[in-house]
Design a protein around this ligand. Structure first.
Ligand SMILES: *[C@@H]1O[C@H](CO)[C@@H](O)[C@H](O)[C@H]1NC(C)=O
Ligand SMILES: *[C@@H]1O[C@H](CO)[C@@H](O)[C@H](O)[C@H]1NC(C)=O
Ligand SMILES: *[C@@H]1O[C@H](CO)[C@@H](O)[C@H](O)[C@H]1NC(C)=O
Ligand SMILES: *[C@@H]1O[C@H](CO)[C@@H](O)[C@H](O)[C@H]1NC(C)=O
Ligand SMILES: *[C@@H]1O[C@H](CO)[C@@H](O)[C@H](O)[C@H]1NC(C)=O
Ligand SMILES: *[C@@H]1O[C@H](CO)[C@@H](O)[C@H](O)[C@H]1NC(C)=O
Ligand SMILES: *[C@@H]1O[C@H](CO)[C@@H](O)[C@H](O)[C@H]1NC(C)=O
Ligand SMILES: *[C@@H]1O[C@H](CO)[C@@H](O)[C@H](O)[C@H]1NC(C)=O
Ligand SMILES: *[C@@H]1O[C@H](CO)[C@@H](O)[C@H](O)[C@H]1NC(C)=O
Ligand SMILES: *[C@@H]1O[C@H](CO)[C@@H](O)[C@H](O)[C@H]1NC(C)=O
Length: 661
């Protein structure tokens, strides 16, 4: 073993540029030990010298010892730690970039807590981070198990830093954990609480047609299943997704552009449904107040350059040509194989009153669609003032009773390309859109912006009405990670302002997802999955992370908040307008229903939140919870019922179904 003194310094400037690291421990006096180093050229001390232009490299001449390699940092005193950052060499050469890694900690350099974090880092020069549950340690060891490019038996590191525990008031991220596929799409299954994940015909790239690789994450065991190939002859890459009244996942189009596949969440199996009348990919779709499903747009696949007007599903698909796509096109003029293929993508659709659909974006122009007449109809709803076209932005109905939607980020055009008037910088924009009766002009207000510009991000409404905005990047560059926003932001619906949260470990951009789980944490995964061949997808993220929002921590001491528990709910399946009797083990100040959700390509048309003030005094912690009587507000399907106490802490949800009858 070779030991080198460390020189205390910091590379804070480089790190905070990416919004990524909040604090790092002062390395003054620290020493490092490694199993191998290339003499005086690349000593181990260079990994903690604060100079990003120098780096530790394992020996390559006269001989090259085999992987794995390791570097152990002696912090000289026990400290509380919860993350390690790794800056790969910055000289343009990638030799020695760490691929598969593990982090171990010890208080005495004898007994080790192995693999407090582990995973795979991508082969680029961007800073890497490994979050883990807070540990007391004097020694921290980074084990390099593979070289990221498989080029040789080397390991190199420009800088390694150690971070103290994150501030719980800014939320806590789990360590990343592996998924057997790049989760470009997902849905939370109401009947099991598991998260269904899928990629394409391949786990790491897309190309053509076929079946789809899937896997599930089980929050109760924190395990991810092995791969399973769906059997509906449908490559469900770039689909429309919605959860129906029975909690089934209805997936349409994408690589097999006409197909419908339905995942029965009770049986845990896929069945093929009828083909759509119009072929689509990148369409979006939403469940309606009458339980039917509406879809529109989707010029990414099939049907050449024809306009993809609306279509409705009620066991069979029927065209609604009175629901034209033209009023919701963005100004994007990107043409591929003669098709203007971006401008009708990823509609922000909301099923609303009387079978109507409100389209809030991404076009600046907003629209109402009528789906209950034979051919359907459309009327303009006004412009989203204070915003341009916002492709790959998000829209979240955080208060369905008030008809309020938050829109965030996005860019005028889909992709960071050069062209006439082709503006692709993502915005920090935030707007509140308030809808009322269908066909009426909609009010929009520009509110305080986010700290970071974002496109390809995901936004999740939390039980308390906050909106958690996570991932995304400054310029929409599909399959890439440059200028990623690592720090998420939490929007307070009362103050209408964002607060920056602790940064995550892994960038989550194009083809990433985020979903609220019934335990009130947020699951996020994926990113990458480019067109083949597989080894050209250099930014694939085969992993997931869980965010525990600030409400799960005690504001006084940062310990786990004590959570209220719902002990009984008078009915678990009921029509709209039902009054529930809900009992809890402690006082509840507010209830909320949050609909189970699905996500792909920054679109999540399933989630929405209904705040409910309990009626009556709640004697003996029994409450009357009045479910709204309008099925356009309380859309049919499965919902998570949360009780929130006076400290703002949510219960784990009870799963309930709102039926159509
Ligand atoms: C670290 O590397 C040394 C030298 O190769 C080896 O003896 C030791 O087992 C390694 N430790 C771990 C935990 O991999
Ligand atoms: C830690 O223990 C190893 C042997 O297991 C030893 O080689 C190394 O020098 C020790 N490091 C320190 C800083 O004590
Ligand atoms: C749509 O509604 C308008 C206004 O009521 C009406 O004039 C038009 O005929 C309708 N179009 C369709 C396709 O029903
Ligand atoms: C693409 O992104 C880069 C930032 O990485 C930016 O400098 C460039 O101007 C962008 N190109 C276009 C055409 O917007
Ligand atoms: C909205 O307007 C259309 C005509 O554009 C009409 O058919 C439909 O009934 C109206 N919807 C409601 C809920 O009034
Ligand atoms: C939002 O801000 C208000 C005013 O500061 C505060 O009372 C409330 O607790 C905040 N809500 C959440 C969910 O943090
Ligand atoms: C896509 O698949 C086809 C058929 O297998 C193959 O010929 C082609 O090389 C693949 N394209 C890429 C980019 O991998
Ligand atoms: C936070 O901890 C304090 C004691 O440290 C306790 O009195 C309080 O009830 C706790 N609050 C929550 C929300 O758990
Ligand atoms: C539900 O409770 C509210 C408030 O107590 C009451 O006004 C309403 O009539 C009740 N609805 C039903 C269907 O019982
Ligand atoms: C409260 O709920 C419990 C459990 O459902 C029930 O036994 C009790 O009678 C209820 N009390 C009141 C006052 O409704």
């Amino acid at each position: 073993m070779i030991s080198f003194p460390g020189i205390g310094a910091s590379v804070a400037l480089l790190l905070t540029y990416y919004g990524r690291v909040s604090a790092q421990l002062d390395r003054t006096g620290w020493t490092v030990s490694v199993d191998s180093a290339q003499g005086t050229w690349n000593p181990a001390s260079y990994a903690i010298d604060g100079d990003a232009s120098t780096f530790w490299h394992t020996q390559w001449t006269p001989s090259t010892p085999n992987l794995p390699h390791n570097i152990t940092i002696d912090m000289k005193a026990p400290r509380s730690v919860s993350a390690l950052t790794y800056l790969p060499r910055q000289d343009g050469n990638r030799n020695g970039n760490i691929g598969t890694y593990a982090v171990d900690v010890s208080v005495d350099n004898k007994t080790w807590q192995m693999s407090v974090a582990s995973g795979n880092w991508i082969d680029d020069s961007v800073l890497k981070k490994a979050n883990f549950a807070a540990q007391t340690a004097q020694y921290i060891r980074l084990r390099a198990i593979t070289e990221a490019g498989g080029r040789g038996q080397w390991t190199s590191a420009a800088e390694i830093n150690v971070l103290p525990p994150a501030e719980p008031s800014k939320g806590i991220w789990s360590a990343p954990f592996n998924t057997p596929l790049v989760a470009a799409a997902g849905a939370v299954l109401p009947t099991t609480g598991k998260v269904l994940l899928w990629s394409a015909q391949f786990v790491d790239h897309f190309n053509g047609t076929g079946n789809t690789e899937t896997a599930t994450y089980d929050p109760s065991t924190k395990q991810v299943s092995s791969l399973s190939l769906s059997n509906t002859n449908h490559d469900m890459f770039c689909p429309g997704i919605s959860l129906d009244v029975n909690g089934n996942v209805v997936v349409t189009g994408g690589n097999n552009a006409a197909k419908t596949s339905i995942y029965d969440s009770k049986l845990g199996q896929w069945t093929g449904g009828p083909d759509m009348k119009v072929q689509r990919g990148y369409q979006s779709q939403t469940t309606l107040s009458n339980g039917k499903i509406f879809t529109i747009g989707g010029s990414w696949s099939g049907n050449g350059g024809t306009l993809r007007n609306g279509e409705i599903f009620d066991g069979t698909w029927n065209k609604l040509d009175g629901c034209p796509v033209s009023p919701m096109l963005t100004q994007d003029q990107d043409v591929s194989n003669g098709v203007n293929w971006r401008r009708d993508n990823h509609g922000w659709l909301f099923g609303w009153k009387d079978g109507s659909v409100f389209q809030a974006g991404p076009s600046r122009a907003m629209n109402w669609y009528t789906t209950t007449t034979t051919t359907g109809n459309q009327s303009a709803a006004g412009d989203r003032l204070g915003d341009a076209d916002a492709m790959n932005g998000n829209a979240v109905m955080y208060d369905a009773v008030a008809g309020q939607i938050l829109s965030v980020g996005g860019a005028p055009n889909y992709e960071n390309k050069t062209g006439v008037n082709y503006v692709t910088a993502a915005t920090t924009n935030a707007n509140i859109i308030t809808i009322n009766a269908p066909n009426t002009t909609v009010k929009t207000e520009s509110v305080a912006h986010m700290a970071y510009p974002r496109a390809f991000h995901n936004s999740v409404v939390l039980p308390d009405g906050s909106v958690f905005v996570t991932g995304g990047m400054q310029y929409p560059k599909p399959f890439q990670d440059d200028l990623s926003a690592f720090a998420p932001e939490l929007w307070n619906s009362t103050t209408r302002t964002f607060t920056t949260m602790n940064p995550m470990s892994i960038p989550r951009n194009y083809h990433s997802i985020a979903l609220l789980l019934p335990d009130a944490t947020v699951f996020t995964a994926g990113g990458g999955l480019c067109y083949g061949p597989a080894d050209s997808c250099t930014n694939n993220h085969f992993d997931a992370e869980i965010f525990s929002p600030p409400y799960l921590f005690n504001a006084t001491d940062g310990s786990a908040a004590s959570r209220p528990k719902l002990t009984s709910v008078s009915s678990l399946s009921f029509p709209v307008g039902t009054n529930l009797t809900v009992s809890s083990d402690s006082e509840i100040k507010q209830f909320s229903l949050v609909r189970f959700a699905s996500a792909t390509h920054s679109v999540n048309t399933d989630q929405r939140r209904i705040p409910i003030q309990p009626v009556g005094a709640g004697q003996a912690n029994n409450y009357t919870v009045a479910v709204p009587s309008d099925a356009g507000v309380a859309l049919p399907g499965y919902w998570m019922l949360f009780g929130i106490n006076g400290a703002g802490v949510p219960s784990v949800a009870t799963t309930v179904q709102i039926r159509t009858v």
